[in-house]
Design a protein around this ligand. Structure first.
Ligand SMILES: Nc1nc2c(ncn2[C@@H]2O[C@H](COP(=O)(O)OP(=O)(O)OP(=O)(O)O)[C@@H](O)[C@H]2O)c(=O)[nH]1
Ligand SMILES: [Zn+2]
Length: 196
């Protein structure tokens, strides 16, 4: 089995006490986590977020993207409901990795948009593989979700993992002068459901 559940523990956060569940993706050699609150395995739709790792935005306060804001908004929404799940997938830089993302940022500093920068480096626009979600969802017994996303590929990924999406909840975040082009490119080239 390529993905192995390892262990769970409590994880107190600024917004409340979550449980953190660790998974080892042996095929890709990545460690993923899910933060849950409440009983997510009761079969009822679960407020959920599939979040891709962004070290610069999630942990280092970068304004180049909206990742940190989205992460915070999702955890807050789950805590407000008292029930939900946040899948934190280690797919840094839409799957190209941290150092290649920095290479892409350098090209963006010279005028490329996010998609052009990836392509100039020889990558596709979005290299993420969501197949790891299936064993994680099965372990947590999540069968239906209300998904917080603007990304149609995440909707498709969950559906192909056998999960019903009962609702898609747009996750809007504020733009700033540094992430305006990033957000615009999501809408114009990556098919995100918004008109930034
Ligand atoms: N290659 C590349 N990746 C980036 C860039 N900026 C952010 N990222 C990555 O993009 C991903 C953003 O993922 P998510 O926060 O899950 O968001 P999303 O796929 O846009 O979809 P939403 O659910 O609508 O937020 C993370 O893996 C970031 O590291 C960039 O300029 N280039
Ligand atoms: Zn980011």
């Amino acid at each position: 089995m390529p993905t192995r559940y390892v262990e769970s523990s409590r994880l107190p956060t600024a917004w409340g006490v979550f449980d953190i569940h660790g998974f080892d993706d042996l095929e890709a050699n990545k460690e993923h986590v899910v933060l849950t609150m409440g009983d997510v395995g009761d079969g009822e739709p679960v407020l959920a977020r599939v979040h891709s790792e962004c070290l610069t935005g999630d942990a280092l306060f970068s304004l180049r993207c909206d990742c940190g804001n989205q992460l915070e908004a999702a955890l807050k929404a789950i805590a407000e409901e008292g029930r939900g799940a946040l899948f934190y997938l280690r797919q840094e830089g839409r799957g190209i990795g941290l150092l290649n993302k920095i290479r892409a940022y350098k090209l963006q500093d010279a005028g490329a948009d996010t998609v052009e920068a990836n392509e100039q480096l020889g990558f596709g626009a979005d290299m993420r593989d969501y197949s790891v979600l299936k064993p994680m969802l099965e372990h947590l017994k999540i069968k239906q979700v209300r998904l917080m996303t603007n990304n149609p590929r995440k909707v498709a990924a969950l559906e192909s993992a056998g999960v019903a999406i009962t609702e898609r909840i747009p996750l809007r975040t504020d733009s700033n002068p540094h992430n305006e082009k990033y957000l615009q490119t999501k809408g114009s080239k990556l098919g995100h459901f918004f008109g930034h």
